[in-house]
Design a protein. Sequence first.
Length: 466
Amino acid sequence: MFDTSRRRMLGASMLGAGTVLAGLGASATAKTLKTKGNIMLDRIPDLPKGLSEAVEFPLIEAIHGRRSRRFARGAAIPGGPLAYASKHQPQPLSELEQMMLLTTVAGNTGWSNLIPYNRNYLPNIPNYAGAAGGRTFPSAAGFQITEFFYTDDNGVYFLPTRDMPAVEAKAANGETDLNAYLDAHRSRIVKIADGRLATPARPEHMEMHNDWCVNIPGSTLIIPVADLAQHIIQGLCYFVQNGVCIYDDVNNRPIPGLEKYKHLVDIENPYPFSYVEQVSATEVTVELSCACYAGALMLQAMGLGGWMFNGLNPFSILGASGDPEVPGLGFRYDMIEGEPLPHVTGLDGVFEGHTQPHFKDMRAAVESVVRRKFGSGGPFNEGTKGPYKETDAVRRKGAPINDEFIDCVAHMAQYIQDTFGRFPAKVPAMLTLMYLQAHKLDTDFYDEHFEPGAYLRTHAQNSRNW
């Protein structure tokens, strides 16, 4: 959970230096109402043509026009058949371009619809969801366990949107006020370090086909990070709700003491926990990838170069490379006896995984998950607003979770922690895998080496339109 006291401490570092949208309420000049579809643009000062066109850019063109376009302004390929040195200086994204991209990848888009029916839950509704807000990308069962970091020439930033209140950016006429939407996200950005995140161009930190193009000057690199530990706890909650438990297939034994809960779960037919962890990691990988893919489509609409990829060492990114010159995002980690890889658990006070030592024990971690579901602002709290005509009546019907339920889930989770010295046992507690980079494209490179059609009209016009 994002620590608000740390956010206050870092308040002076919040991204506020952008000039395009700063002080919008006070400084925006009156304009004739401008709308594109149902997106209201009239409060964007000095409205760039590129934004107006991006709002109307055809989805099918973005899909068919999506390519990895790695050659940025200022880049160079020193040898081989595509050798080329840019004649331009590196050029950063404008603040507006960056915010459009960030909100495409990580944005909160209003209220989630929840999963409305499962006959086995009647008269209640499924209690799967972890958050009340919808986002720009899907999450398995609505667990929503991903947060976002990014880096540019000026620093390293955290944009927490997982548990932000649903953005209400509708104008009186029912159209979406894009300016209000961007402002709601901008206000949450926290700077956590000065300067660009270090990603040395060496094989231990990145795939070497990326050494000339990744995280280069002018680029924005977006880094989704998932609390996979929480995802697995939510999965165990789902299991118990449906009468299922797990067993230790690594040591080929049942979890001692589960017989106490045989009236809740079927202890005769348990699931192998290593399989549960593998499926959970796969589900979370889809979540990370969908977020980046949404951003990749927006690159086409805005005429930005870039691509989604996984060619960076996740331990180097998170801060577990072991190299003091490569601190990454600064996440804490442990080296566990018999384990070859670091066990990364979270960034203290910023984004802490649902595992020890960030929680005193695994019951505390499970209780945190339940509070997220049913506590203030949660999807099953009747005081949380929502999209329904009778929202409080819907939200209060989330299938309840009692202390014995929590005990059962915590019993399984604590067994894993105590047996393997970590939770989860065999997959990362904090997972980063897929990244999205955006940069200003050097179209001269493509004119030199490619047939016409290597980039879209938006790329050709980006410098003029933005």
